[in-house]
Design a protein around this ligand. Structure first.
Ligand code: G3P
Length: 215
């Protein structure tokens, strides 16, 4: 399972670089990073990780998205063009896939959007788990449904769990065998933690210190 960090913050990527395969961004995250030059920021992020860096197009119509996607792909070979699961986004996905440019179809909220993304050759499909849970739907249920459809139909598109809000989303995605997951730094940090690890470490250190003193 590939692990991506969902951020455009250089300091967060630096801290986690040993544990991530790549990065996913979106316009909201780029805006938070407060950096003026979009292309330079993307290039810097690409230099920091060895795998895909998803960068979202900002236009809504197919011609403009295609132009943006082609431009983004020239910034670095690891750029994965992030496109919305819309009629226009899927058309552009098909065109970019034909010329070997990686794509990540974002804002996926239904298994039919995921099916179309796979048919258009998407590299990744990003079902938004948290945002579905927010409106009382079953985000993980959608991930499961997409995996079942891809398996039954033999599609190679990787399911990338997105809009991940808690450790349970991570564990359930891994149990289902998703190809990838993206999460904010605060969730990835939580993955390292267990209170019994900290308590056990303290006991070991105390016992060792007592032993040294007794010598
Ligand atoms: O990867 C998609 C993600 O950035 C959206 O997350 O928490 O804004 O729903 P969220």
């Amino acid at each position: 399972m590939e692990i991506f960090l969902d951020t455009a913050k250089i300091d967060e990527i630096n801290i986690m670089s040993d544990f991530i395969n790549g990065v996913t961004t979106n316009p909201s995250l780029i805006a938070q990073s407060k950096i003026d030059n979009y292309d330079e920021l993307i290039e810097e992020i690409c230099r920091m990780v060895s795998g895909p860096v998803s960068v979202e197009v900002l236009s809504n119509d197919a011609d403009a998205m295609l132009e943006e996607g082609n431009h983004l792909s020239t910034i670095h070979s690891n750029v994965c063009v992030k496109l919305p699961c819309t009629f226009d986004g899927l058309k552009v996905c098909k065109q970019l896939s034909k010329v070997g440019i990686m794509t990540n179809l974002t804002l996926c909220f239904s298994s039919m959007q995921a099916l179309l993304a796979a048919k258009c050759g998407a590299t990744y499909i990003s079902p938004f788990i948290g945002r579905l849970d927010d409106i009382g739907h079953d985000g993980i249920g959608l991930v499961e449904e997409i995996l079942e459809i891809y398996d039954a139909c033999g599609y190679k598109t990787k399911v990338l769990s997105a809009s991940v809000r808690n450790i349970s989303h991570v564990v359930q995605s891994a149990r289902l065998g998703v190809g990838a997951i993206t999460m904010p730094a605060k969730i990835l940090q939580q993955c390292f933690l267990h209170p019994l690890t900290d308590a056990g470490l303290e006991i070991f250190q105390n016992d060792w210190n007592k032993y040294k003193k007794s010598k």
